[in-house]
Design a binder for this molecule. Sequence first.
Ligand code: MTE
Length: 343
Amino acid sequence: MSKLPKEPPAGEITPPALYLRRRELLKSAALFAGTASAIGGGLVWLTGGAARPSAAGAPGGEATPLGAGAPPGPPAAGASSSGTRSRDPFVTDEARTSYEDIVSYNNFYELGLSKSEPARNAGRLRLRPWAIACEGEVKKPEVVDLDTLLRWFPLEERVYRMRCVEAWSMVIPWLGFPLGALLRRLEPTSRARYVQFTTLLDREQLPGQRSDVLEWPYVEGLRIDEAMHPLTMLAVGLYGKTLLGQNGAPIRLVVPWKYGFKGCKSIVSIKLTERQPATSWSRAAPDEYGFYANVNPAVDHPRWSQATERRIGELRRRPTLPFNGYAEEVAGLYSGMDLRESF
Ligand code: MTE
C-alpha cells in the first residue's frame, strides 16, 4: 500500500453504529433463518455429500454456490420492511457493493500489485485440500482440514462495511462464522493474549511472493478480546457463493471496525500467542500502519487524510466513522488507551 492513491473528501452520512444486544442478535438470526437453511443446503457439499463439486482441486478463479445467500447484484439501499433503517450491526442495510466490484477491485499483493491483477491470477490457487494449523497457546491444537472446520460451525451471512486504509470502502455480504467459536473450541491457555493469522506461502500459487514488496508470508494479528468479539469472523463466501481467490479463498479474516489490511487472506495458520505478533504492514512501514489499525477519521495516514472515504460504485465521498461505524460495539475494547499512540 506504499503505492497508494490520494483520495479527496466529500460528504454523505452513513447510519450510526448500533447496539449489540442479545435480543437483536436473536432477531437477526430469525431474519436470516431463510438464508441459513439455504446455506444448510450448500453445506451438503461442504460436508462432503454427494453434490460436492470438484472438492479435490476447486480453483481460486471459480465461485461455487454456497447455498442460496443473496444473488449477485446489489439490493436497494436501506431496504427494510418497516421502512426504518436496520439497527443490526451484523447486517447493515446500506447498499451492497456489486458482486462485480467486490471480485474485480482487490488488494492481494501475492496475486499482483494492481487492483485488477489478483482476479486475473486467482485461478492459480488450489483450494482443496486446504488445512489450517490451529496452534500455539491452546489446550487442543489441531491441524484442521477446511471441510472439517466447516462441519463444526453453521454459516451466517453478515453484511459489513469494509474500509480500506487507502480511503475507499465497500459493503460486503460475507458468509462465514465467528472466529470466537473456533477459538473457544481450541481452548486458549491462560497465557493466550493475541492471535496471529498467516497466509499460505507458495510461490507457484501466489507468484507475488517472488517479489520483495513485503516479507512473506503475509501475517496479521489481533488481541484476543478483539478476536473473540462477536463481530469478528472467518469468511468462506460472499454473495451466497464460495470466495474467489482474489478475495482470500478459501478462508479469510474479516474485522469490520479495522482497516481492511487486517483481513488476512487464504489463511493456513491461526496461532495464539503470549506476545503481540508481527504484522506485515506494520513491519514494512511502522510509522504508517499500526498493529491496531482501528478505523479512525481523526488520525490521518502520514500521506493522506482518513476523514472521508469513497464507497466503490459511488461518486461522492462520505465521512469516515470512528471504528467504521461499529463504535457502540467495540469502543469499550480500547477504554483507557490512547488511540493516536496505539494506531
Ligand atoms: N491478505 C493478504 N494475504 N495479502 C494482501 O495483500 N491485502 C489486505 C487484505 N488482506 C492483503 C490481505 C488489504 S490492504 C485489504 S484492503 C483487503 O485484504 C482487501 O480485501 P478484498 O480484496 O477482498 O476487498
